[in-house]
Write a protein that binds this ligand. Sequence first.
Ligand SMILES: Nc1nc2c(c(=O)[nH]1)N[C@@H](CN(C=O)c1ccc(C(=O)N[C@@H](CCC(=O)O)C(=O)O)cc1)CN2
Length: 298
Amino acid sequence: MTGELAQPATLIDGKAFAARLRGRIAQEVARIKADHGVTPGLAVVLVGEDPASSVYVRSKGRATVEVGMNSYEHRLPAETSQAELLALIARLNADAAVNGILVQLPLPAHLDETAVINAIAPEKDVDGFTVLNAGRLATGQRAMVPCTPLGCLMLLRDRLGSLSGKDALVIGRSNIVGKPMAQLMLADSATVTVAHSRTTDLPALCRRADIVVAAVGRPRFVQGDWIKPGAVVIDVGINRTEAGLVGDVDFESVRKVAGAITPVPGGVGPMTIACLLANTLTATARVNGLAEPQGLTP
Ligand SMILES: Nc1nc2c(c(=O)[nH]1)N[C@@H](CN(C=O)c1ccc(C(=O)N[C@@H](CCC(=O)O)C(=O)O)cc1)CN2
């Protein structure tokens, strides 16, 4: 293959980075408890029994308690109606002990995901998925930022220092990852291209990119001969295949060309949960008029 480097790519250890971030959050939680008598609270709502979602919700609850926050888990049956779900969200919006609310996605098909998300009070929207927070992010205003893109941004800044002037390619245009990721890198003065299923000549676009964020939901989609030597590759994919869990990047071919790459598992995934805790702490500080801990927001 052309462009192979003598050294394989550096592994970006998201698991270790996330552990350090959770450690910092735990210190901040202890400090605001001691100084202000405030304990952050996170409510997570799961509708149905999707096995992967169930695991994520359990991990979120465990991580919440481990950093000293209160965790409120609401597991609802798959046949929960829209009205019942909206009534629960209204109760959580009104509950002063709850600083963050998260509805685990995807929801069962009979529920209106957009309406459910937008029922969450924007100041408690720790997923950053409400239209108000998405609009604030897009217009450069103070927002709650979606957890996965926030985690990717932290890893990129840690690796590169500044993103200014870098050519960045986001593959995928979802509201959860692709669009907010593009907004965050644009705000950091990268030159950002968003590619999707109708993009022509994706490999050519990819070869120009100093940064590639793959969030396309297709196992091992991005190939080594698409990568500019030395580029930083962030793999957001979580695909369960017969060969096990794989990302959206063909790890073996890409690592020979890239300068740095996130593995799957152990890359972006753990950052998603750590950033959820970061957002919950930020939401708690904001609602109580406390100084926001540094380094948890873009
Ligand atoms: N309301 C939300 N729903 C969903 C989100 C989200 O951010 N908010 N993101 C994903 C799922 N997700 C969190 O909810 C998530 C995915 C993956 C991981 C993770 O740590 N992955 C591990 C591998 C774990 C495994 O074996 O499955 C890794 O990559 O190392 C954490 C959270 C969709 N829904």
